[in-house]
Design a protein around this ligand. Structure first.
Ligand SMILES: Nc1nc2c(ncn2[C@@H]2O[C@H](COP(=O)(O)OP(=O)(O)O)[C@@H](O)[C@H]2O)c(=O)[nH]1
Ligand SMILES: [Mg+2]
Length: 234
């Protein structure tokens, strides 16, 4: 164990973009992944958000450069330059809102048409805590049924999963609120990025993050020497 922890591992940057209807929880998933935090009634993102987070795999370290939208999805479609050169995309829907899955399917189609051919796409049904699923981390609705018990699920797991299988997407149901499955999504993406599409970064600790003129838009929680644990740090 100690030997693998100390051995220098190759490190690569991966551009990951978030796509999905407004209010499905894209920014919340990023906040949970990067900061292990959640904000109820989160305000819409103002300004583009660019965050980084490392994911330590047994054989290499993946540094996600995460591009969250600035809320443009509320008003217009996102410019293709947003997802250009992205190696990974997280397409999010709200599993209490069927229209958000339709929107997610549109995004998947657009990515398949216009994004880099090898892009790894994960379909993510978020807000699992609003359902009765026992493993959602809530648990208090266990045994009850119907709307009164608070099961707001409107998109079945099977429906979304079979669509994801048809389109060759990774698929997860998550809760940014409880943290359920959030780091798993990123770890699965990191594992799915083909070795050939990985470019090495310029060296440890060197960030090529572009300043977007924002205040606290760039958050890198990883200090220069983060613990070499496996999986995504959070
Ligand atoms: N119950 C619940 N609410 C969530 C979850 N994720 C996000 N939200 C809430 O949904 C709203 C929209 O979230 P936000 O991250 O801004 O969505 P975005 O527009 O897709 O970036 C906010 O009020 C969040 O607090 C979740 O997993 N469970
Ligand atoms: Mg947002």
């Amino acid at each position: 164990m100690a030997d693998s922890a100390n051995a220098p591992k190759p490190s690569s940057s991966v551009k990951l973009v978030l796509l999905g209807e407004a209010a499905v929880g894209k920014s919340s998933l990023v906040l949970r992944f990067v900061n292990n935090d959640f904000q109820e009634n989160k305000e819409p993102t103002i300004g583009a958000a660019f965050l980084t987070q490392k994911c330590n795999l047994p054989s290499r370290t993946i540094k996600f450069e995460i591009w969250d939208t600035a809320g443009q999805e509320r008003f217009a479609s996102l410019a293709p330059m947003y997802y250009r050169n992205a190696q990974a995309a997280l397409v999010v829907y709200d599993l209490t809102k069927p229209t958000s899955l339709i929107k997610a399917k549109h995004w998947v189609a657009e990515l398949q048409r216009q994004a880099s051919p090898g892009i790894v796409i994960a379909l993510v049904g978020n807000k699992l805590d609003l359902t009765n699923d026992s493993e959602s981390g809530q648990g208090d609705a266990e045994g009850a049924e119907g709307e009164e018990s608070g099961d707001a699920r409107k998109v079945s797991t099977d429906e979304a999963k079979s669509y994801a299988e048809e389109e060759n997407l990774l698929f997860f149901e998550t809760s940014a609120k409880t943290g359920h499955n959030v780091s798993e999504v990123f770890t699965a993406i990191a594992n799915a990025i083909p070795e050939t599409s990985l470019k090495s970064t310029r060296g440890p600790g060197v960030s090529n993050a572009v300043g977007r003129g924002g205040d606290e838009q760039r958050v890198n929680l990883n200090g220069p020497r983060e613990a070499a644990k496996e999986g995504c740090a959070c």
